[in-house]
Design a protein around this ligand. Sequence first.
Ligand SMILES: Cc1cc2nc3c(=O)[nH]c(=O)nc-3n(C[C@H](O)[C@H](O)[C@H](O)COP(=O)(O)OP(=O)(O)OC[C@H]3O[C@@H](n4cnc5c(N)ncnc54)[C@H](O)[C@@H]3O)c2cc1C
Length: 473
Amino acid sequence: MTPETVRPDETRTYDVVGVGIGPFNLGLAALADPLPDVDAVFLDQRPGFGWHPGMMLEGATIQVPFLADLVTMADPTSPYSFLAFLKATGRLYPFYVRESFYPLRSEYDRYCRWVADRLGSLRWGRRVVAVEHDAATDEHVVTAVLVGGPRDGTRETYRARHVVLGVGTTPRLPAPLADLAAAWRAGQAGPGPVVHSADYLPHRDALQAAGSVTVVGSGQSAAEVYRDLLEDVHGAPGRPGYRLDWVTRSPRFFPMEYTKLTLEMTSPEYTDHYHALPADLRDLLGREQRGLYKGISGDLIDDIYDTLYRKSALGQQVPTTLLTDTEVVAARHDDGTGEHVLTLRHAQLGREAEHRTRAVVAATGYGAGVPGFLDPVRGRLRLDERGRLDVTRDYTVDVAGRIHTLNGEEHTHGVTAPDLGFGAWRNSVVLANVTGREPYPIERRIAFQTFGLPDEGPGGVPEAGREATEVAR
Ligand SMILES: Cc1cc2nc3c(=O)[nH]c(=O)nc-3n(C[C@H](O)[C@H](O)[C@H](O)COP(=O)(O)OP(=O)(O)OC[C@H]3O[C@@H](n4cnc5c(N)ncnc54)[C@H](O)[C@@H]3O)c2cc1C
């Protein structure tokens, strides 16, 4: 039976339909909530908010200060701020005494759920499958399918002037590991898990029970998984120890850079500068700037060293190898031994070696793409020669400037794209585009340094209703 299609709000055309409710669209929902001229609804395929559950490691903190919550950088008086959450949940004084700018990851997740519970514009359990453009009314028609529950499979349509993409990024595995992971999921590569770090926690027990685990990757997630597994490498009550190896392509286990003049690159004016550069140069810079936000927090690197030191202090060999400059170039499963066999290539030596392990965690990052549900409006999208969204400085991706992206613009805007600290600023720009005014002040200059040559200044974000060419200093 073809699932029915319903229009929950028959006559309504929203100003905004948001697709995906991660921190960025949740922040947009919270900032839009008090605005009388913004009628918005947000759809997410999941049953409720949950922030990276596979990496919700105990004790892990977020990498940005608590001011980088959903709303404060746009509106410090918002009732949806992290401080408001702490006050409402009786945790303000403990947070004050703790004297750390960096909330626990679990706390940030709880905060987002607290905000989500207070917003009436969120619709969970809805997977968006198509965005179309109705030329007659010049509106977008967003179709979602209900996921789970008695009406599973029912299709709903929503009409909207603006569509905001907040679908986040998806786990990426290098081809050899992607194939091995697929074989493992299909039950054709033995019991030892081969998973992306996004799915780490649900598989932790099986990884530790496998007898040997190899972590592949160079960033914060790889380090967190390695540190978590290192704790019980010699075994724990009721569980034997295991071998633990860490392989990274990077020339060293490099720290994320937190120095203040570098942090000024997480700014509107550096984003103006970056966005105005030719695409090839942006791609090159993007690779070079990995250290800014794809490295490992310095504290964690030292904690790993100290843990290795502590575990070897009693003369017990720590069954681990840490390899840099080494890439996984091939992977297969050996049915005979039950092992996964990784072919490693050392970049400087130019030589290869076989590495046998019984389980793999690929902490190999995430990537954004052009969501399939945009196919019906592909002709209206701005795409670059590599088929990526050619995102304007004020975050739109279509010719009419009414489809916006949050965190799908790393290749055009650089380091600010995935940064929680920049979410509220970007949302202020989107709301300015939607309302034709600036409901939240948009800072155009925050840095002491100048990017590019003095007083030359690239386009920057236009004042609401004014062309992009003017530079507001
Ligand atoms: C483990 C981890 C820790 C991080 N920690 C930090 C940090 O401390 N500081 C920082 O600045 N950044 C951090 N980041 C980077 C970034 O901020 C996060 O990835 C953040 O979650 C991105 O938010 P988002 O709103 O773009 O998307 P996501 O959080 O990925 O959410 C996207 C949502 O879209 C939904 N969705 C996707 N497709 C559809 C569809 N077709 N229909 C309906 N719903 C859909 C998904 O269900 C999901 O709920 C971290 C990233 C990871 C992986």
